[in-house]
Design a protein around this ligand. Sequence first.
Ligand code: SGN
Ligand code: CA
Length: 524
Amino acid sequence: MKTDKKLLFLLPLALSAGATAKENQPNENQPDGKRKLNIVYIMSDDHSYQTISAYDNRYIETPNIDRIAAEGVRFTNSFVANSISGPSRACMLTGKFSHKNGMISHATRFDSSQVTFPVLLREQGYQTAIFGKWHLKSDPVGFDRWEVLVGQGQYFKPIFITPKGRVTYDGYATNVITDLSLNWLEKERDTTKPFCLIIHHKSPHRNWMPDTSELNLFEDVKFPIPDTFYDDYEGRPAAAGQEMSIAGDEMDYAFDLKMNDSSINTRLKENLTFALRRLTPRQRELWDSTYNKLLREFLATKPTGKELAEWKFQRYMRDYLKCIRSVDNNVGRVMDYLREHGLLENTLVVYTSDQGFYMGEHGWFDKRFMYEESFRTPLIMRLPDSFGKLSKRGTIPQFVQNVDYAPTFLDLAGVKIPSDVQGESIVPLLEGKAPASWRKSVYYHYFEYPAEHSVRRHYGVRDSRYKLIRFYGHDIVRYELYDLQEDPAELRNLYENPAYKSTRERMHRELERLMKKYDDKPSI
Ligand code: SGN
Ligand code: CA
């Protein structure tokens, strides 16, 4: 079944504040008589911490996302276990590393018979819903209500898979996903039950298509070129061997930069043509009036060499940040709704991304590497003032990882964490404790090679100062060692440096310990 729907239900939301008084006592009918914490878990796709002003204000202000941090906590050492969408989502759902949940790369399919946090929350009386990106190939399990994008999803007129078949909505994905989520909160959920609402945006994933309302933002801004933009990759053959360079052909003039003209050679022109077919005539008119002007300027100046590389960087940044503006506005809509309906008093709000992203560092876009920009991911949480002992505010420096989300949500809901879950509940950190036994290092393993962007398989360990990585399996087999205190940009591979012999040995032992603890090994 395929239906076209328009989402008309949102305007009346602001008028529905009359429900507030009643909503102030949600979940009061719990069988055990206790109030339970609701969870709103917002995640974007490829949202770098560099482009959240609570983390870094060089590029954009994100006041709505920042509000979550201002009323709660911001994790300053938050990492993923595998920096790529489907695998990262599988880690979050199961609390297990990729080799245990089976979703090691996009060549695999998530085994949906596994135990996940939504399944367990639902069994314990939570109402569960997800709207937006899913990207696990198998259908969602454990949800009372779900509508998920097909694969990566489209920015305009997105198509959703639902239990009843496919549905297409007019509009821009970030707005539509928020509309569906707010509609569920307002009209569909049972206010006598606690809920877990998952809002997973497609934006700002490649090819960074802005909403028509944001098209003209940032056009007069020149963003600073990152210090490592012209990295020569010396001593790092895997970094040299990637295909995710802004200056290179892999950043496509038509698809990525929207310069669509018969005089320009592109590989992915068709992909842009398909994406643009989804715009209404009015949207297309607005789109063309922005990009045709930029195209004329480009053709008139025809930059080359360094000038061209930096022109590509600026175009990339502007479109990416326009997408972030919509994400931030829509986070604001969710926060406003929760506030107006008295729900913030017993709701945890999480904002994160499925991984970090390169904003030109090392000359790159994309992710996948265990280097800082893609190994890290933003993580902030709004904590209710009067619920339990969640008293921590400000920054949390302890190492956390996306395998920790599932046990944390279960812990907060009072649900027993299965013994085979590998992540840790971060509830003690939210309570302001600093357990001496908290992990001092994090483990990482990336498997998607051979594949798009040519990032070799690798695994490794990072502690508060050093990082050891092993690339393996194909043409490049080699270790890398970084001193993040002396070289935070990871430009100097110290693995062969005799002065670091004892550090190297210690990091090898730590890597072995974690591989044993998590029961992992090289995949080929
Ligand atoms: C698509 C993109 C890639 C991106 C992967 C994975 N190419 O294949 O640039 O690395 O998704 O991204 S595109 O031409 O289709 O845009 S992920 O966020 O889903 O892991
Ligand atoms: Ca992603």
